[in-house]
Design a protein around this ligand. Structure first.
Ligand SMILES: Nc1ncnc2c1ncn2[C@@H]1O[C@H](COP(=O)(O)OP(=O)(O)OP(=O)(O)O)[C@@H](O)[C@H]1O
Ligand SMILES: [Mg+2]
Length: 257
């Protein structure tokens, strides 16, 4: 088994922002070697759940989570130590909707997180990792002559692949994607989708998407959320061809959005 794979168990999870219940009694197991998509209308809690998986919500005032999220059987809310949180977020990467490269060179975007993780790593070794992740994300050919260029000068699609490369550079086990293609053109979107299909062989992938065609194309499992509840969770095939709940059917057939 690949050491980069991890499964996630979400048990009786409730999330509140103040008194507002954003997630209600969520139970789901997210599998290794698969792409799991979270879908549902705006405000149903997809991002909240995604960010709860690497504790990015901890930064939000009034955020409260009850229940358990286990990654490889370890409760990720069991410790509040700073070192633990840093190692957790290294293990579980997050890629956002808008590409957010650091305002520095393509090279530094990748070398900085690597050196932050392993201070003093020899340049030769850093360069080896950079080459590997640029190849993995299929932008090496596009950026090899521009490694010292500011990353903000790359196209949106290239920036997003660079952000994925940056996430990969610190060797996570799980990568969470929050609508990674919504700011991208169809060709860049296709490249990211192909990339996710490849990455699932080595990483556990969770993606939030509003694009049902995209979910149908790439997801192995789909969770449909509505008003903070997980309404239905099943294989992509079953969700799209024979959903159990009328609400799921209505959402997928575009009766509401
Ligand atoms: N920091 C916050 N403080 C208070 N309420 C919040 C906060 N973040 C989210 N919420 C509320 O929690 C609910 C779920 O939000 P969330 O961002 O998880 O939804 P989403 O499914 O990702 O929506 P979208 O598809 O629009 O991105 C919404 O009603 C939202 O207003
Ligand atoms: Mg969201």
């Amino acid at each position: 088994m690949n050491e980069h794979l991890a499964s996630i168990h979400i048990k009786d999870v409730n999330v509140f922002y103040g008194t507002y219940p954003a997630l209600k009694n969520i139970n789901m197991t997210i599998r290794k070697n698969a792409i799991t998509a979270f879908v549902g209308p705006s405000g149903c809690g997809k991002t909240t759940l995604l960010k709860s998986i690497n504790r990015m919500n901890d930064f939000i005032k009034d955020f409260k989570l009850t229940g358990n999220i286990l990654v490889d059987e370890e409760d990720i809310y069991s410790s509040n130590k700073q070192e633990y949180l840093i190692s957790l977020r290294r293990k579980i990467g997050l890629v956002f909707q808008m590409p957010n490269p650091f305002r520095t060179s393509v090279y530094d975007n990748l070398s900085m997180p690597i050196l932050e993780k392993v201070p003093g790593m020899p340049k030769k070794q850093v360069d080896k990792i950079i080459l590997k992740v640029l190849e993995e994300t299929h932008i090496y050919e596009e950026v090899k002559m521009r490694l010292q260029t500011n990353a903000e000068k790359l196209s949106g699609g290239q920036q997003q692949r660079l952000c994925i490369a940056r996430a990969l550079a610190i060797e996570p086990q799980i990568i969470l994607f929050d609508e990674p293609c919504s700011a991208l053109d169809p060709i860049s979107t296709m490249k990211i989708e192909d990339l996710l299909e490849e990455l699932k062989k080595e990483y556990t992938i969770v993606i939030v998407t509003h694009n049902m065609e995209q979910a149908a194309r790439i997801a192995d499992y789909v969770g449909f959320f509505y008003e903070g509840e997980l309404i239905e969770y099943n294989t992509c095939d079953k969700i799209f061809t024979s959903p159990h709940k009328e609400l799921t059917q209505n959402y997928l057939s575009g009766k509401f959005s």
